[in-house]
Ligand binder design. Structure first.
Ligand SMILES: Cc1cc2nc3c(=O)[nH]c(=O)nc-3n(C[C@H](O)[C@H](O)[C@H](O)COP(=O)(O)O)c2cc1C
Length: 165
């Protein structure tokens, strides 16, 4: 059984809604797993090495993750080297279509790659990770659920592969 953390910062609720839809997709995947959804402020840093996958979400603030998410990433240095080989993912919301949501996703993924984590892109839809612009519409929420399913499946595949070696 895989264990996944979906951790987000959200001030006005949009990124939180995305996190909930991603978790819904994971739960609807039909695969067995334990999924924890936490606000970044309530996430126990010591718990990170216990997860097979860590998915982080943030609003776009000046084209980058919010300060609280950046602080979380900076403080994750206590686990440097211990998250190697785990699955990483990111999602973001923004007010404007070209408001920097992709640069926010990429900034989070850069940090996760430095941790040695494995990132999966998507040849269709949201290539780097799901994004929402303004109030989420049905299509954006559906893409969050699809992403959740993909992350669940990939985490399971990767874990099974590693444990066979
Ligand atoms: C300090 C601050 C900076 C922001 N910077 C941007 C930005 O650069 N580009 C953008 O499109 N939206 C920007 N926004 C809007 C938020 O990214 C957007 O409203 C987001 O969906 C809020 O997420 P939340 O509801 O989860 O808090 C900014 C908002 C704040 C408060």
């Amino acid at each position: 059984m895989v264990k996944i953390l979906v951790c987000y910062y959200s001030r006005s609720g949009t990124t939180e809604r995305m996190a909930r839809e991603i978790v819904r997709g994971m739960e609807d995947s039909g695969l067995e797993g334990e999924i924890d959804i936490r606000r970044v402020e309530d996430t126990d840093m010591d718990s990170l090495p216990g997860y097979d996958a860590i998915v982080l979400g943030s609003p776009t603030y000046y084209g980058l993750p919010s300060g609280k998410m950046k602080l979380f990433l900076d403080e994750s240095v206590i686990h440097h080297g211990k998250l190697d080989g785990k699955v990483g993912g990111a999602f973001a919301s923004s007010a404007n279509p070209a408001g920097g949501n992709e640069t926010t996703v990429i900034a989070i993924l850069e940090a996760l790659l430095i941790h040695g984590m494995v990132v999966k892109g998507d040849s269709k839809g949201d290539h780097y990770g799901p994004v929402v612009i303004g109030k989420p519409d049905d299509g954006e929420l559906e893409r969050c659920r699809v992403y959740g399913k993909r992350m669940m499946k990939f985490t399971k595949q990767l874990r099974e592969n590693f444990s066979r070696r």
